[in-house]
Design a protein around this ligand. Structure first.
Ligand code: HEC
Length: 147
């Protein structure tokens, strides 16, 4: 086997894993919507405790916050420029103001990390406060950039 061929093949596989996440733009849209959907489900479970609809369980809050913190990093990779023309709930404004969308994403990731830290204290007041702050970052971006 010729070595340069092998090297080229390995390089292709490695860079493929890092970059070509989506075969089609439709896949990128599904990916970001899927990430938001699962994130939202776990965020709501904490919300139910914060609002007193279900009893506060520190362990459950912590588990859900850890999932939310991980998922909060995912949707952004799905906002690829080639998805602009594909029907979704992302408003056209988002594509013109992607720097602001990214700034909103950064705020959300920070707020969600703070929420996770608060759940580790087991203190319901701290969870309430940081949940409210995180929810405000969701709302700010949705009001501006989601249909
Ligand atoms: C920086 C912007 C931004 C932030 C922050 C943000 N979202 Fe979203 N979210 C969007 C956009 C844009 C969409 C529409 C996605 C699409 O259809 O292309 C969306 C969609 C969703 C959806 C619906 C998914 C679907 O398929 O209909 C849920 C649920 C959701 N977000 C939950 C959240 C939660 C919970 C937070 C906060 C913890 C949050 N989002 C923070 C921009 C944001």
């Amino acid at each position: 086997m010729k070595l340069p061929v092998l090297v080229a093949a390995v390089t292709l596989v490695v860079s493929g894993a890092a970059h070509a996440q989506f075969q089609k733009p439709e896949d990128a849209v599904k990916y970001r919507q899927g990430a938001f959907t699962v994130l939202g489900a776990h965020f709501s479970r904490i919300g139910a405790m914060v609002q007193g609809r279900v009893p506060f369980d520190a362990k459950v809050a912590q588990d859900n916050a850890a999932i939310v913190a991980t998922l909060s990093k995912l949707p952004w990779a799905g906002f690829t420029p080639d998805t602009e023309k594909i029907k979704s709930r992302t408003k056209p404004e988002a594509w013109m103001e992607m720097d602001k969308v990214r700034a909103g994403a950064d705020k959300m990731m920070k707020a969600v990390a703070d929420l996770e830290a608060a759940t580790r204290t087991g203190n319901l007041d701290a969870v309430k406060k940081t949940f409210g702050e995180a929810a405000a970052t969701c709302k700010a971006c949705h009001d501006a950039y989601r249909e």
